[in-house]
Design a protein around this ligand. Sequence first.
Ligand SMILES: Nc1ncnc2c1ncn2[C@@H]1O[C@H](COP(=O)(O)OP(=O)(O)O)[C@@H](O)[C@H]1O
Ligand SMILES: [Mg+2]
Length: 222
Amino acid sequence: MLLQVKDVTKIYKRAGLEFKAVDSADFVVDSSEFAIINGQSGSGKSTLLAIIAGLLFPESGKVFFEDVDITQLNDRQLSRLRNEKIGFIPQGHCLLDNFTVIDNVCLPYYLKKLNGDPYKVAIQLLERIGIAHLANQYPVQLSGGELRRAAIARGLINSPKLIIADEPTSDLDPINSANIMTLFEEIARSGSAVLVVTHEFQKPIGCNKHLTMENGRIRNKI
Ligand SMILES: Nc1ncnc2c1ncn2[C@@H]1O[C@H](COP(=O)(O)OP(=O)(O)O)[C@@H](O)[C@H]1O
Ligand SMILES: [Mg+2]
């Protein structure tokens, strides 16, 4: 099993009151699977993804990646795992403003400290998502939807085993949204696992696991 989320609970405090932002989440995503979690704003999706990416620690529960409990890893081990095996596409603007689009996309590759030239792969990815013409622009010159697509390319540059994407289509028009979902579908078919969380309640096409999240709780739809 590639990813196993086991009885994960995350507690936040608001106005002195505790509540479960993630409540006993329990599900798996295996290689070649394309999973979508639908849930309204505030249902706990981003918190859950941050836990899976090892950026937040749960109060209880475990997250296994390739049978290793990532909640037990130190910072260094987590950074390495994220860089090499997990492509995290966060919600919102997450590019470095003083790097060009292509350099932002290549950055995870350089951090991996491998020899080789990621430019060709980066350009191919940018072409695939329709922003190759913006390769040498800076983030400030891009629209919200273009920034989103550049962040997606950056998440894919190291061919991660698991892609986790937080509202990846939220700034996109229907055609570009469909293109990104088709790309995720292809990536899953070629052997990686894809986990998308979104508040968009469109009938997910191409995913083979459909879950919902409500008040921190995950339910199986299929
Ligand atoms: N750092 C925080 N401290 C307290 N409450 C938080 C924090 N982050 C998020 N929340 C709350 O936790 C709930 C889940 O948030 P989030 O995971 O961002 O939901 P979603 O991504 O589904 O919109 C929301 O009610 C949000 O207000
Ligand atoms: Mg969110």
